[in-house]
Design a protein around this ligand. Sequence first.
Ligand code: TPP
Ligand code: SF4
Length: 266
Amino acid sequence: MTELENTKLDTVLYHRPESMEDYPFHLCPGCGHGIVLRLVAEVIDELKLRERAVCVASIGCSVNSYHYFNFDGLESAHGRAPAVATAIKRCHPNLIPFTYQGDGDLAAIGTAEIVHACARGENITTIFANNAIYGMTGGQMAPTTLVGMYSTSTPGGRQPALIGYPIRVCEMLSTLDGPAYIARVAVHTPAAVRKAKQAIKLAFQTQLAGLGLSLVEVLSPCPVNWKLEPVAALKWLAEHLLPQYPLGEYKVTEAVEALKKETGRA
Ligand SMILES: Cc1ncc(C[n+]2csc(CCOP(=O)(O)OP(=O)(O)O)c2C)c(N)n1
Ligand code: SF4
């Protein structure tokens, strides 16, 4: 008998995590945010953090996350989520605050916030959804927009001579001494989604162990503003975003290495 034939008809193979509300996503079809938000909820469930987690949502298409998450959350001003999460952690060390930020939010208006939170080595977690564009406001150029890439504010493609080059956030922040764990993952294939979940879990475990700031950048499709069908957007991500933003771990302190061994992931 195959494993599938062996599966009882009433076996639940897929269910909504307890950390997610039964609330319809407002996101566009094929948007990566839905996958990332669900991964965060699964991790919060698995680590039994629902009573301690606090999502600090910032401004962008992720902003409605307080409707989706079934745990505490609040919204910060655009780009300021790391400062708000810092305050929560310092005032309530037992809570597990994390920021959920887009690339316009984290790498443009919020650059100073994340750089200084990293430099201070705050014991918080950042989930950074990079779709290389301002999604919510209609597809303007973000600091992460690729050279030559179309956006509504670079209709002829991003020209470095005029607007400069894309910022590689993980590479830049990993030069600082403060962060404990920095990784870049993606959600364009099932295998990539599984790896993304492992990184998100390790990021929360890093905070739980008090090891310092953890940041996971997730390359995430925005089919609507990339002007692509959802499946074509996944292919475009692999062909264009991955070469500019290679996946991998950019900063893993010795303490986080030890944690990985402890949790069987080394
Ligand atoms: C102080 C301030 N400036 C500008 C805006 C307008 N605004 C809303 S969302 C956004 C960009 C969001 O882009 P990103 O962070 O990449 O998130 P995405 O929507 O792509 O997930 C901007 C500029 C704002 N809400 N507040
Ligand atoms: S505009 Fe882009 S990032 Fe925003 S919900 Fe739609 S697909 Fe997602």
